[in-house]
Design a protein. Structure first.
Length: 134
């Protein structure tokens, strides 16, 4: 099985600039006028231009790109959390918490310019095994 990540954005050019500057991703294919494929992560990320107010499904509330909560978010696993957070904030992310260090590693919580929550993290040598039980 393969995983593809899709991120709705209100401004495709600005989203491409943000994700390439913040996380070192690179543009791959352009699928028509409304989709940019980003490469360089473990799974391709597709930026999908969806205007604010447009409905994601029939009868659903319109898209709102203010900071919002969703049960799904992206974790970017990197070599240097502080350096990546600096790049992300310079590119337009909002730092919402951290970076903090835990037994399993280091993490910072951010939001992209379209309100999507994301984390930047680096695992310690033990990683999640530091939390494992049984």
């Amino acid at each position: 099985m393969n995983l593809l990540v899709n991120i709705d954005v209100g401004d495709l050019a600005a989203a491409e600039a943000f994700y390439t500057a913040a996380f070192g991703l690179r543009a791959g294919r352009r699928l028509g006028d409304g989709v940019v494929e980003l490469l360089g992560a473990s799974s391709p990320i597709y930026l999908l231009h969806q205007p604010a107010g447009s409905a994601p499904a029939p009868g659903a509330a319109g898209r709102d790109y203010a900071r919002h909560w969703t049960p799904v978010h992206l974790d970017f696993v990197v070599d240097d959390v502080d350096e990546t957070v600096g790049r992300a904030v310079a590119a337009g992310a909002v730092l919402e918490g951290g970076p903090t260090t835990h037994g399993w590693g280091r993490i910072a919580h951010l939001a992209d310019p379209w309100g999507h929550g994301l984390c930047v993290l680096r695992f310690s040598a033990r990683g999640y095994d530091a939390l494992a039980t049984g």
